[in-house]
Write a protein that binds this ligand. Structure first.
Ligand SMILES: [Zn+2]
Length: 538
C-alpha cells in the first residue's frame, strides 16, 4: 500500500473536521441552512490555516447531490463531492491569481461566467492569492461582482486582504481565518498520532506545534518528516535535530550571559550551540521569543518559568527592549547575510556592545591590571629580544554609548568629545569613515546633527550620505539628518585618531629610549636604535 502523506490524509472533508475555525464555520453553515447564500466570499488568513480547504468544503456543500438543495455537511461520496475533492469538477474552477494576474486572463475567465453550470447548482470560482491581481483585473472582476449571474459563486482566498480594493471587499462576505492556537494544534497532532498508532513522546508533539506557528498543514508536514526521521516513531531528540532547534536551557544561559555583560561566557555558550549544527535562524527566533517572554513577565508577571522570571527581575526593562530591538533587527536582515552563523554572532556582539554592564566589566578589568591588554600596551618592534611593556596615559574619549540603561535612550551628543566616542562605536564602511571622520561636531538640534568641515575637500556622494544617516538613525532609534557646514579647521574622529597615534608613537619612542635595560644593552653592544622600527601596539 502506498503511503499517503498526513497533510492530505487528514485534510478535513467537512466543516466538523476543521480545526479551530468555529466562528467562520458557524457563519457559513447558518447562511446555508437559512438559504441565504452569499455570492462572493473572501477567506483571509496566514498561509496553511486552511483557506482553500474551507473553500472546497463550501463548494461541496453547495453542489452535493445528496440533497436537492445545498447542505451543511457534504456526503463526500457522490460524484460531485468526489470530483471537487480531486479537482476535476467542471463547475468548480480553481485559479491561482499569482500566475494569472493580467487583465486578459481575467477577461477570459469572466467570459465563462454567463454559462450555466454543467451539472451542479452553482458555478464556483475559487481565486487563490487574489491580492496578486492587477488593478485592471480587479476592475474587470468588479463589473461581474456588481451583478453576478445567480448561479455564480466567487471565493477569494488571500493572505493579504488589505491589498484587495475596497470596492471589491465591500461586495464580499469577508471571513478571517484565525491562526490555530498552539494547544489546539497539539491536540490535533495527538489525535493524528493516536489514530495512526505512532509511538511518540509528549515533548516531540509540543515542539512540532511550536514550530508550525498556527498552520495545521505545516504541523502535519513536520509530523510526517519527523516520523520518517525517527523510523516510524516520534522522539524528542530526532524532532529537535530535524527542526534545528536547540535546548531552551542554552538560550536561557546565552541571554543570561548577555544581560550580565559576560562576553566570554556568552561566546562559550555560542560555541556549544555551534556544535549542535543548528539552523541559526531558528536559534535567533528562539532568542527573540525568549526575550519577548522576559519582557511580558516584566510588565505582567505572567510567566511560570523560572529562567524567564529570574532574568526579568535582574535586568532593566529598557535594556530588555533594546536587545529585543537588536535581535528583531538582525532577524529582519538575516536572509541578506552571506553567513548565518556570523549573522547570529554579530547579533550577540551588538547586544553585548550596548550592555552597560559589559563596559563595567571591561573597566574593572583594566583598572585591576597594571598593563591593560587593549590600547595602552607598547612594545618595541626591534631586534632586541627583550620586550618592554609600558603603560601610557592618553586621553582617549570614553564611548558615550556605554552608560547606564537609563542613559542609553535617548542618546544625547553634547560635545565633539561625545561625538568622537559615538562615531567610533558605529559600524560603517571605510568610505563613510573617511568622509565623515573629517568633520567636527558643532551641535545637535532635535534630530539634526550639525558637523563642520572643509566642504570643498569632502564632496560627499549621496549613497555615502544615506549610509551614514541610516547608521545614525539606527543608533539613535529616530530619524537623523546630518547637516554639514563649512569650516577650515577640523577636529573630527580621524584627526583625533591621528593625534592619539602620534602621542602613542612619541610615548613608545620615549619609553624605549629611556628604558634602563635597553640603555644597558646599547652600551654593552654599542648598539643604536632604528627609530622607525618603534611602533606602539594597538
Ligand atoms: Zn456529495
Amino acid at each position: 500500500m502506498s503511503y499517503e502523506v498526513l497533510a492530505r490524509k487528514y485534510r478535513p472533508s467537512n466543516f466538523e473536521e476543521v480545526v479551530g475555525q468555529s466562528h467562520i464555520i458557524q457563519a457559513i453553515t447558518n447562511s446555508i441552512a437559512s438559504n441565504k447564500i452569499h455570492q462572493a466570499y473572501i477567506f483571509s488568513g496566514t498561509r496553511g490555516v486552511g483557506k482553500t480547504t474551507l473553500a472546497r468544503i463550501l463548494s461541496k456543500c453547495l453542489n452535493c447531490l445528496s440533497s436537492d438543495k445545498p447542505v451543511t455537511k457534504p456526503c463526500d461520496s457522490c460524484t460531485v463531492c468526489d470530483e471537487i475533492k480531486t479537482g476535476r469538477h467542471l463547475d468548480f474552477l480553481e485559479i491561482d491569481a499569482a500566475s494569472k494576474t493580467g487583465v486578459d486572463d481575467m477577461r477570459e475567465l469572466l467570459d465563462t461566467v454567463q454559462y450555466k453550470p454543467s451539472s451542479g447548482r452553482y458555478k464556483i470560482y475559487l481565486i487563490d492569492e487574489v491580492h496578486m491581481l492587477s488593478t485592471s483585473s480587479f476592475n474587470a472582476l468588479l463589473k461581474t461582482l456588481e451583478e453576478p449571474p445567480a448561479h455564480v459563486i466567487f471565493i477569494f482566498a488571500t493572505t493579504d486582504p488589505e491589498k484587495i480594493p475596497k470596492t471589491v471587499q465591500s461586495r464580499c462576505l469577508q471571513l478571517n481565518l484565525k491562526t490555530i492556537n498552539r494547544d489546539n494544534l497539539e491536540t490535533h497532532l495527538q489525535n493524528v498520532v493516536n489514530s495512526e498508532k505512532i509511538q511518540h513522546d509528549k515533548n516531540s508533539l509540543a515542539l512540532i506545534s511550536d514550530s508550525a506557528q498556527g498552520s495545521v498543514r505545516d504541523a502535519l508536514t513536520l509530523l510526517d518528516q519527523s516520523i520518517a526521521h525517527g523510523n516510524g516513531a516520534l522522539n524528542e531528540a530526532d524532532v529537535k535535530a530535524l527542526l534545528g532547534t536547540i535546548d531552551d536551557s542554552l538560550v536561557y544561559e546565552l541571554i543570561d550571559a548577555v544581560v550580565g555583560g559576560e562576553a566570554e561566557k556568552a561566546f562559550n555558550i555560542f560555541y556549544k550551540i555551534e556544535e549542535l549544527t543548528p539552523e541559526y535562524e531558528n536559534v535567533l527566533k528562539h532568542i527573540i521569543s525568549f526575550i519577548h517572554k522576559v519582557s511580558l513577565e516584566q510588565a505582567l508577571k505572567n510567566s511560570n518559568k523560572e529562567p524567564v522570571r529570574s532574568i526579568a527581575q535582574s535586568v532593566d526593562k529598557e535594556f530588555i527592549q533594546l536587545i529585543y530591538e537588536i535581535a528583531v533587527n538582525s532577524y529582519s536582515k538575516f536572509s541578506i547575510h552571506p553567513n548565518p552563523k556570523e549573522a547570529l554572532e554579530i547579533c550577540i556582539l551588538r547586544m553585548l556592545a550596548f550592555n552597560p554592564l559589559a563596559s563595567i566589566h571591561d573597566k574593572t578589568k583594566s583598572s585591576n591590571e597594571t598593563v591593560s591588554e587593549k590600547k595602552n600596551l607598547i612594545q618595541p618592534v626591534s631586534s632586541s629580544k627583550e620586550t618592554v611593556s609600558v603603560e601610557i596615559k592618553n586621553n582617549i574619549a570614553e564611548p558615550v554609548l556605554k552608560k547606564s540603561p537609563a542613559q542609553i535612550q535617548p542618546l544625547k551628543i553634547l560635545s565633539n568629545h561625545d561625538w568622537i566616542a559615538f562615531f567610533r562605536e558605529l559600524e560603517m564602511s571605510v568610505f563613510v569613515k573617511n568622509y565623515y571622520g573629517n568633520f567636527t561636531f558643532l551641535k545637535m538640534e532635535g534630530s539634526e546633527i550639525y558637523l563642520g568641515g572643509d566642504l570643498k575637500r569632502n564632496d560627499i556622494p549621496l549613497n555615502v550620505k544615506k549610509e551614514f544617516e541610516d547608521i545614525c538613525t539606527e543608533a539613535f532609534k529616530t530619524k537623523i539628518i546630518i547637516k554639514l557646514e563649512q569650516s577650515i579647521t577640523t577636529d573630527g574622529p580621524l584627526q583625533q585618531e591621528e593625534k592619539e597615534n602620534k602621542v602613542k608613537q612619541e610615548n613608545a619612542e620615549d619609553n624605549i629610549k629611556n628604558n634602563e635595560s635597553i640603555k644597558n644593552f646599547m652600551t654593552k653592544f654599542d648598539a643604536t636604535i632604528k627609530e622607525k622600527s618603534i611602533k606602539p601596539i594597538n
